[in-house]
Ligand binder design. Structure first.
Ligand code: ADP
Ligand code: MG
Length: 329
């Protein structure tokens, strides 16, 4: 696999603020790569470094094997879809989409054809004449997408593109973005603070915190084998066991993560537990247990009957369910 984007020890500091701090990463051509992390962790800055809107304070960036430093944004073969869409309100949808091609000097008929093709790809055929104000939020998001892909970039950068959409639309767009990426066969680098979004779409995820990458891996790897407490806690919810508690509950000492869905309740062989509280979340019940003085959250299918708060039950998990993290966690 060819390397699309390479960071070697890249930092971007603003005075005392280390927005990006010694990042190494390699994104393969055709990969759907997610940058996941809390607000302020350096995701947008990393994207802007790839796009060329920012220069590294130190370190080195390559795009398709070529040094990026000194190459202006419009010569990078990279396009960005911004969170706020940034459509021109006074232009039609068609002219918005064709804008980049017009700047490049493409003739009107040709660029209108290209714009219509891009609008078809985002499932907005025939919307060219409308002003952006006549579209819903989800449709505006698609226009922003069409405006980026019409330039046929080799890398598409997406900065929290679904952040402004409601849940149902967001889930639908996740599926569509994934299939659009497969249709186009180009590299997507997708920034989000939403772990569900990253897990459902990405081939690989880089988890950011404080300008650094905590872990890079496939979604299953990040979820099943988090290397640190931060990753275990940020990607999905987890019961984080400190070393003494882990030793008491599992027989092994060290920082451990025990996923709520790995805990079963009510089995005869389980550890004695007390139900602290439970809540119904549709398909699942979320049960807070007290197990030998430790609070553990379990997520059990709704058909499993849960005793009332205060009642006794048991908690059990497979021996390999607790995942032990390295060092200090
Ligand atoms: P994210 O996209 O993960 O929310 P950002 O990359 O936008 O994070 O920001 C990372 C950190 O860098 C934040 O603390 C932010 O305030 C700071 N930062 C970003 N851009 C600038 C700037 N132009 N000047 C000063 N600080 C900045
Ligand atoms: Mg951001």
């Amino acid at each position: 696999m060819q390397t699309a984007v390479l960071f070697s020890n890249v930092s971007r500091h603003y005075g005392e603020v280390r927005a990006v701090d010694g990042v190494d990463l390699e994104v393969g051509e055709g990969e759907f790569f997610a940058m996941l992390g809390p607000s302020g962790s350096g995701k947008t800055t990393s994207l802007r470094l790839i796009a060329g809107f920012e220069q590294p304070t130190s370190g080195h960036i390559e795009i398709f094997g070529e040094t990026a430093e000194g190459v202006p944004p419009y010569r990078r073969n990279v396009n960005t879809v911004f969170q706020d869409y940034a459509l021109f309100p006074h232009m039609s949808v068609r002219d918005n989409v064709a804008y980049g091609l017009m700047i490049k000097g493409m003739g009107k008929a040709e660029r209108h054809r290209a714009a219509e093709e891009a609008l078809e790809l985002v499932r907005l055929p025939g919307y060219g004449d409308r002003p952006p104000s006549a579209l819903s939020g989800g449709q505006r998001q698609r226009v922003a997408l069409a405006r980026a892909i019409v330039n046929k970039p080799k890398v598409l950068l997406l900065d929290e593109p679904l952040g402004a959409l409601d849940l149902k639309l967001r889930e639908q767009m996740q599926d569509e973005l994934k299939s659009l990426q497969q249709t186009l066969g180009i590299t997507f680098i997708f920034v989000t603070h939403d772990q569900g979004e990253a897990l459902s779409m990405a081939d690989r995820i880089a988890v950011f915190n404080h300008g650094r990458i905590q872990q890079i891996g496939a979604p299953e790897e990040i979820y099943q084998r988090p290397q640190s407490r931060f990753v275990a806690d940020f990607v999905g919810s987890s019961n984080i066991l400190e070393p003494a508690v882990a030793e008491r509950l599992t027989g092994q000492k060290g920082w451990a993560s025990l996923r709520p869905e790995a805990i079963r309740i009510g089995e005869t062989a389980g550890k004695p537990a007390t139900v602290v509280s439970h809540s119904y979340t549709g398909a699942m019940n979320r049960v807070v247990l007290d197990v030998e003085g430790t609070r553990l959250t379990a997520i059990v299918p709704a058909q499993v009957s849960v005793p009332a708060a205060g009642a006794s039950t048991t908690a059990a998990w497979n021996p390999d369910a607790p995942h032990f993290m390295e060092g200090e966690g």
